[in-house]
Design a protein around this ligand. Structure first.
Ligand SMILES: NC(=O)c1ccc[n+]([C@@H]2O[C@H](COP(=O)([O-])OP(=O)(O)OC[C@H]3O[C@@H](n4cnc5c(N)ncnc54)[C@H](OP(=O)(O)O)[C@@H]3O)[C@@H](O)[C@H]2O)c1
Length: 295
């Protein structure tokens, strides 16, 4: 009988990738979704068993964990991470789930000014103290930032990569590569229990270099524009981004400028046997979404 895994956030970026990669790796995948819709139908077509549940409901999570060997926990940048994590740990203990793979942040810190980074740190501690076998993932910023509705697309359409990042650097990592890491750890966690893995893309760069890679991949000029963190805050507030996300991103940009998201390692390749995607490769693969739509 194949190993059964529970993947939360299955309609989100890392969860969706983890579902696909876990099915490809021969695992029986139970995908947790909040509702049945086109996105859950697509996961079912891939071969996932779909369960509906809310991470804020311990009984629904307990039911989703029945018969599961290993589980992936991801929660959005939103209030409620600590409750969701505590319920997840409790349900896992009750159901006898052996291993938890937990998505945290590179910037997780007890003293962070970001409510999300602070909660991620506390969530890591809570899981580590739970008695379960836990592996924490601490990715730097995702390549998917290029898609986030309040971040870049309207500017990218006009050829501008506009963020308050100064000369800060990072090696952005794609959700697809994280999906492969998650699937590999769910399939065979031996040798990884108790580890905290920072995850990066293949090349660390500043945003001048990122704009140059985007220009090359998209076949049009993209120019980096540095803005103040205040201007960034105002632009998010003006389009109604939730306060928790604004507070996180404002602190995250300050962290970024101070080098908190920088760094490099070979964790993705070591765990999965394959190098992660570069900015250029990601942009080429998603040129249809990153270039303006013809009208
Ligand atoms: N983006 C970055 O650069 C970055 C960097 C480091 C770490 N992270 C961490 O990555 C995590 C987000 O991962 P992601 O990008 O894969 O997620 P995502 O694309 O934001 O998707 C979130 C998923 O969680 C589901 N969800 C939301 N609330 C839920 C609830 N109460 N119960 C059950 N499911 C719920 C969503 O379902 P619906 O779609 O139906 O709402 C969706 O499937 C955050 O914890 C963040 O701190 C992000």
């Amino acid at each position: 009988m194949s190993r059964k895994v529970l993947i939360t956030g299955a309609t989100g970026d890392t969860g969706r990738a983890a579902v696909k990669e876990s099915i490809d790796a021969g695992l029986h995948v139970r995908a947790l979704v909040r509702r049945i819709d086109d996105r859950s139908d697509a996961l079912q077509k891939l071969g996932a068993e779909i369960v509906v549940g809310d991470l804020q409901n311990v009984d629904e999570i307990r039911a989703a964990m029945e018969g599961v060997d290993a589980a992936y926990l991801v929660y959005p940048v939103a209030p409620g991470l600590i409750t969701a994590t505590a319920y997840f740990a409790q349900a896992a203990r009750e159901a006898g789930v052996e291993t938890i793979v937990n998505l945290s942040q590179r910037s997780a810190s007890r003293t962070s000014k970001s409510p999300s980074s602070k909660d991620h740190y506390v969530a890591e501690q809570l899981l580590s103290a739970s008695g379960l076998n836990v592996i924490h993932l601490r990715p730097t910023y995702f390549l998917e930032w290029l898609f986030y509705p309040w971040q870049l697309p309207t500017f990218l359409d006009k050829g501008v990569l506009r963020l308050p990042v100064g000369k800060g650097r990072h090696a952005a990592i794609g959700a697809e590569d994280q999906g492969r890491v998650i699937a590999a750890l769910l399939k065979d966690p031996s040798g990884h229990i108790g580890q905290t893995y920072p995850l990066f893309g293949p090349v660390e760069m500043d945003h001048e270099q990122m704009a140059s890679e985007l220009s090359e991949a998209l076949g049009r000029e993209i120019v980096f524009e540095d803005i103040s963190i205040d201007e960034y805050r105002q632009s998010m507030e003006s389009v109604g981004v939730p306060a928790y996300i604004v507070e996180h991103l404002v602190a995250a940009m300050d962290d970024y400028q101070r080098g908190v998201m920088s760094g490099m390692n070979d964790n993705v390749e070591r765990i999965t046997g394959k190098k992660p995607m570069s900015v250029k490769e990601f942009a080429r693969a998603h040129a249809d979404r990153l270039n303006p739509q013809a009208v």
